[in-house]
Design a protein around this ligand. Structure first.
Ligand SMILES: [Zn+2]
Length: 69
């Protein structure tokens, strides 16, 4: 099981066509000594956990899937 984090910074310098994203093994972020915070290497902003509804949207075209209301 992996947890995906995405960069939500509007002006991220990530060169890809999608937002920068990273997956972490759940066990590695569950560790008490390991705060579940990661930073984008491109813009240095905090990465946000990807929304659990990703199956309803396409992360290849939009990382803003949490705006489903
Ligand atoms: Zn970024």
């Amino acid at each position: 099981m992996e947890t995906k984090y995405i960069c939500t910074h509007e002006h991220c310098s990530y060169p890809g066509s999608t937002r920068f994203n990273m997956s972490f093994k759940s066990e590695s972020i569950m560790d008490d000594n390991n705060v579940a915070t990661a930073f984008c290497p491109f813009c240095k902003k905090e990465l946000m956990p990807a929304p659990p509804l990703t199956m309803d949207c396409d992360p290849q075209t939009s990382a803003d899937c949490n705006q489903v209301d």
